[in-house]
Design a protein around this ligand. Structure first.
Ligand code: PLP
Length: 286
């Protein structure tokens, strides 16, 4: 079956889905995006992802391309046309097409929208989680506004590629004070010796992950205590468990940081419990 993409009002074959060379997303990374899980054919936490999209758009003053209800229809239709049961839907909105110039274009310039969807085998993600992942740490060299989900991801790309070359799957960014901020495409968590979950406050230096927010609720249901505070690489190395969260990873255990084993070097019970219970708490509109 051929894949279909939604591009600026049209559903087109994925292989022919193109944007203009003067799209500001292409030229300036002047755009924002969202990635939403699809499970059993339904979007997971659509409401929260759309709320974050609106926030990102507002922060960089791109106008909302269409009402959220209409955007929801496009997302669902893209999922349907690609016959995705389990996988992900990707949505990108840029400031549109205009002659290359740093200043914002004419306010009438319509934002560009691209939506793609692809299937992913849940068994593969489960296999990765069952093994746990290795991560490396890298200096956080990103701009300050990482709370905005922009398509400007070059530092993340370089960090994740460095991780891959080191035989790891993710890189954790570390700020100037030696504290972990977040992963290249995930939020970072540890479990302390006395069983508390620790993750950096969303107010500084990280993207407020939707999965992170939902996991807070999962933790509460499991009667686990959560502390939102910064933690150092040293503390992470001595932690009982570590894990990452994102829409594509749910909770995935980290078993090695910079080559050193975490805990007993195997996925821990807290990360496993959070992963197992995630979809009981996440919003899945049927
Ligand atoms: N942090 C960064 C830098 C990300 O790119 C992502 C997801 O892509 C996350 C955190 C996790 O966010 P979410 O749980 O909304 O997928």
């Amino acid at each position: 079956m051929s894949r279909i993409a939604y591009v600026n009002g049209l559903y087109v074959p994925h292989a022919e889905a193109v944007v203009h060379v003067e799209d500001r997303g292409y030229q300036f990374a002047d755009g924002v995006y969202e990635v939403c899980e699809v499970r059993g054919g339904h979007m997971v936490d659509e409401r929260r992802h759309m709320a974050r999209l609106v926030r990102s758009l507002n922060e960089i003053r791109i106008r909302q391309p269409m009402p959220l209800a209409a955007l929801g229809v496009v997302l669902r239709e893209t999922v349907r046309r690609n016959r995705v049961r389990n996988g992900f839907v990707y949505l990108q909105v840029t400031r549109g097409v205009a002659r290359r110039d740093h200043y914002f274009p004419d306010p009438e310039t319509p934002p560009s929208i691209v939506v793609t969807a692809r299937a992913a085998d849940p068994a593969k993600g489960e296999a990765v989680a069952a093994q746990g992942i290795a991560i490396i740490t890298v200096p956080d060299n990103r701009w300050e506004r990482v709370d905005i989900k922009t398509v400007g991801l070059l530092p993340n790309v370089l960090a994740k590629e460095a991780a891959r070359q080191a035989g790891a799957r993710e890189a954790w960014f570390v700020d100037r004070d030696g504290n972990v901020t977040e992963g290249g495409s995930t939020n970072a968590w540890i479990v302390t010796g006395d069983g508390k979950l620790v993750t950096r406050p969303a107010e500084s230096g990280i993207l407020r992950g939707i999965t992170r927010t939902v996991m807070m609720e999962v933790a509460e249901k499991l009667q686990l205590r959560v502390e939102e505070r910064a933690f150092t690489v040293k503390e992470a190395l001595g932690a009982r468990e570590a894990f990452v969260t994102s829409a594509t990873n749910f909770a995935t255990p980290v078993v090695r940081i910079d080559g050193q084993s975490i805990g007993d070097g195997k996925p821990g019970p807290v990360a496993r419990a959070l992963r197992e219970n995630f979809h009981k708490v996440a919003e899945i509109a049927r």
